[in-house]
Each structure stands twice: as structure tokens, then as C-alpha cells.
Design a protein around this ligand. Structure first.
Ligand code: HEM
Length: 111
């Protein structure tokens, strides 16, 4: 039986594993790699904080994801196809690593 997501280390493992898959993904990888040219050293810690805020109640994230995605949608395809792919990879990664209430909450909240 897998463990549930329960601390910051778990969140970091989830986020790191998720973005490794995203970078290599045929449908959305290029948006991160070639269009946004994401600076991962900066982005990953922001995503740890984002998910820790949501799942662990550690309110360390301050950012504006909507604004970033609206700006991005002007230069990249951001349709149901890309969002579904993102959500599928996220659910797959969560299920691969964890099991339990928090894991279910993470998948639900990603939507
Ligand atoms: C088609 C789907 C998506 C694409 C292509 C995408 C892409 C990106 C990119 C390129 C960035 C900017 C990284 C940077 O600052 O360099 C970003 C930021 C972010 N994304 Fe997404 N994203 C997607 C869906 C989502 C979803 C579903 C969520 C939430 C569950 C999410 C949460 C965030 C957050 C929290 C940030 C950071 C905002 C900040 O730094 O203030 N993204 N995204």
C-alpha cells in the first residue's frame, strides 16, 4: 500500500515527478520548454509552495497563476486539449506515488 501525501517532502516529490513528465510530454512539453522557456530553479519552489498551501495549509504561496496563464494563452495553445493532458499527467503522477485522502484532494483541486 502506498502512503498518502502528508508533508512538504511528499509535495516536492509529486511536483518534481510531475514536471519531469510534463517536460517530456508530446502535447504540452514544448509550451514549457520552447515557448515559456521556464526557469525551473525558480518555478519548482513556487509550485512546492502553491501545492503546500492548498494541501497542507502552509500559506507560503503568493502569485497570480490566472494572469500568467492568460498571458501565456496569447502565445501558446491553451485549449481543452492541453489542459486535459496536464490534468491527466497530474492524476497519473499522483496515483503512481500516493494513495489516500490527500492524494484524492490533490487530483480534485487540480481541476
Ligand atoms: C495547459 C495547461 C498548463 C500549462 C501549459 C501551464 C503552463 C505554465 C507556465 C509556462 C507557467 C509559468 C512558469 C514561469 O513562471 O516561468 C505556469 C505557472 C503556473 N501554473 Fe500553470 N500551466 C497549465 C496548467 C496549470 C494548472 C491546471 C495549474 C493548477 C492546478 C497550474 C498552476 C500554475 C501555477 C501556480 C503557476 C505559478 C504562477 C506564479 O508563479 O505566480 N497550471 N504554468
Amino acid at each position: 500500500m502506498k502512503k498518502d501525501l502528508s508533508n512538504r517532502e511528499d509535495v516536492e516529490l509529486l511536483v518534481n515527478t510531475f514536471y519531469d513528465k510534463v517536460k517530456a510530454n508530446a502535447t504540452i512539453g514544448f509550451i514549457f520548454n520552447d515557448i515559456a522557456k521556464v526557469d525551473w530553479k525558480n518555478h519548482l519552489p513556487r509550485m512546492y509552495s502553491f501545492w503546500a498551501s492548498i494541501l497542507l495549509g502552509k500559506h507560503s504561496f503568493s502569485g497570480n497563476p490566472m494572469d500568467k496563464h492568460i498571458q501565456l494563452s496569447k502565445i501558446a495553445p491553451m485549449t481543452d486539449i492541453e489542459f486535459s493532458e496536464w490534468l491527466n499527467i497530474f492524476a497519473q503522477t499522483t496515483d503512481e506515488l500516493f494513495e489516500g485522502e490527500k492524494a484524492e484532494e490533490a487530483k480534485k483541486k487540480s481541476h
